[in-house]
Design a protein around this ligand. Structure first.
Ligand code: SAH
Length: 371
C-alpha cells in the first residue's frame, strides 16, 4: 500500500482471489433465483440449473437441453464454476473404498473418501484444507490449517461421489450416497457457517439440494462447545460425534489440545444438551492408542461419565500416521476396554477402519501430492 504507481506508469497486479467462486450450491433456491434475475434471466432458470446439478448430477452445458444454448454457457460460467479438480484417485476393497485427492482453485489440496457397504454408501468429506486443531496422532493436524472450505466446495465432494455412483463407476452397480460424515480433513465446527450451509444443501429435497436424510449425516468435532450449542439449535437432526479420546483432562489436554480451552466435562455437557434437544444419540469417538489411553481404569472412568446417557461409543483402532510413535492397542487390551464400557451398560462398537492401505482411514488424510 505504501507505494503509489507513478503517473504514466501502468501497473497490473493480478487480483489474488481470496475466496472460491460463488456456486449455486452456496445458495438457497431463493438466492439462486435472485442471482439468475441479476443476470437478467427468468428466475425459473435457477430451478432448471439446480435440477441439472443436484438431480441429474451434471455440470456440462451440452446436456442442459432444456436451456437455450447461448444461455447454458453463461449460467454455468456464472453459477457452476469448477471448484474441485481431481488430482489422484486410489481405491481398495475391490473398488468399494475410494479416496480422491482434490485441488481447489488456489492450489489447496483436500481429500474425500467414498465407502460402499452392502446396505449404504458413506462419503467422508473435508471441511477445511488442513486443520488447526493440532491433535498429535492425526496426520491432517500436522501441517496446520490452510483455509476454510466454502459450502459449495464441501457439497461438490458429495456430488462427485453421487455422480460416480450414479454412473456405475463404483463396483456393485448404480447407487446413491446415503450417508455423509464430516470426518475428513478439518474441524467442521471451526468452519461453522459453511458446514451448516453444506448440511442444508445435502438434506434439502431435490432439486434444491441432494435430498439425503439428516439422520444419515454425522458432524464430528473435537469439542468446540459454543458451536455444539449452536448446532443443537439448528433444528437439523444430524448425528453429533465428539472426538473424546480420553476421559480425563490431564491426558486429553495432550491428545486434543483444544481441551485446554473446553474441558471434558464442558464438552460432555454440550453433548448431552445436543442429545436432549435433537433426541439423537451422540457418538463418542475414541481412538485406542497402545498404553496411552487404553487402560482399563480409563474405560471405567469413561463408563462412569457416559452411564445412562443417550450415547454410543465408537472405538477406533489407531491408524498409523507418518512420524508418530504411537500405535494401535493390543487386541486383548481393546477387548478389555470394550468389556469394561459394556459393563456400564454402554453401547460400543469398534470401527471397521476402511481404507488404511490407501491412507484413507481416520486421521490419515494429509493430502500430500505424492505421484
Ligand atoms: N476434526 C474433527 C473431524 C475429523 S474426524 C474431529 O476431530 O472430530 C476424524 C476422526 O478420526 C476424529 O475422531 C479423529 O480424532 C480420529 N483420528 C484422527 N487421527 C486418527 C488416527 N491416527 N487413528 C484413528 N483415528 C484418528
Amino acid at each position: 500500500m505504501s507505494e503509489q504507481p507513478k503517473t504514466g506508469q501502468l501497473t497490473f497486479v493480478a487480483p489474488r482471489r481470496a475466496k472460491p467462486r460463488r456456486h449455486l450450491a452456496d445458495l438457497t433456491m431463493a438466492e439462486r433465483r435472485a442471482a439468475v434475475a441479476e443476470l437478467g434471466e427468468k428466475p425459473f432458470r435457477a430451478d432448471q440449473l439446480s435440477r441439472h446439478y443436484f438431480t441429474r448430477l451434471t455440470g456440462s452445458p451440452e446436456q442442459m437441453t432444456d436451456l437455450p444454448a447461448a444461455l447454458r454457457e453463461r449460467l454455468v460460467e456464472q453459477l457452476m464454476p469448477p471448484l474441485l479438480t481431481p488430482v489422484r484417485e486410489v481405491t481398495c476393497d475391490g473398488g468399494m473404498t475410494r479416496k480422491t485427492l482434490w485441488k481447489l482453485f488456489d492450489g489447496s489440496l483436500v481429500e474425500s473418501v467414498l465407502m460402499r457397504y452392502p446396505d449404504r454408501v458413506t462419503m467422508c468429506v473435508s471441511s477445511q484444507a488442513g486443520c488447526g486443531m493440532n491433535c498429535p496422532f492425526c496426520a491432517t493436524g500436522q501441517a496446520g490449517l490452510t483455509r476454510n472450505m466454502s459450502t459449495a466446495e464441501i457439497v461438490e465432494q458429495v456430488v462427485a461421489g453421487a455422480r460416480a455412483l450414479a454412473r456405475g463407476e463404483v463396483p456393485g452397480g448404480p447407487g446413491r450416497v446415503t450417508n455423509v460424515v464430516f470426518m475428513g480433513m478439518g474441524e467442521p465446527m471451526a468452519n461453522y457457517k459453511a458446514v451448516i450451509g453444506a448440511v442444508r444443501r445435502l438434506v434439502d429435497p431435490a432439486p434444491e439440494g441432494l435430498g439425503i436424510s439428516a439422520r444419515g449425516i454425522t458432524v464430528s468435532t473435537v469439542g468446540l462447545v459454543p458451536a455444539i450449542g449452536k448446532l443443537a439449535d439448528e433444528g437439523l437432526p444430524v448425528t453429533l460425534a465428539v472426538s473424546l479420546h480420553a476421559p480425563d483432562d490431564e491426558l486429553r489436554d495432550t491428545l486434543v489440545p483444544i481441551n485446554t480451552r473446553w474441558k471434558v466435562a464442558e464438552v460432555l455437557d454440550a453433548a448431552w444438551n445436543y442429545a436432549a434437544k435433537t433426541k439423537r444419540r451422540v457418538s463418542i469417538e475414541y481412538a485406542l492408542i497402545r498404553d496411552v489411553n487404553d487402560q482399563e481404569w480409563r474405560a471405567d472412568l469413561l463408563g462412569r461419565l457416559l452411564k445412562g446417557k443417550l450415547v454410543h461409543v465408537n472405538l477406533i483402532p489407531l491408524n498409523p500416521t507418518p512420524g508418530s510413535k504411537w500405535t494401535a492397542s493390543r487386541p486383548e487390551d481393546e477387548r478389555a476396554f470394550v468389556r469394561r464400557l459394556e459393563s456400564h451398560g454402554i453401547a460400543v462398537t469398534v470401527r471397521d477402519t476402511r481404507g488404511r492401505e490407501i491412507d484413507g482411514a481416520c486421521g490419515q488424510l494429509a493430502a500430500a501430492p505424492r505421484p
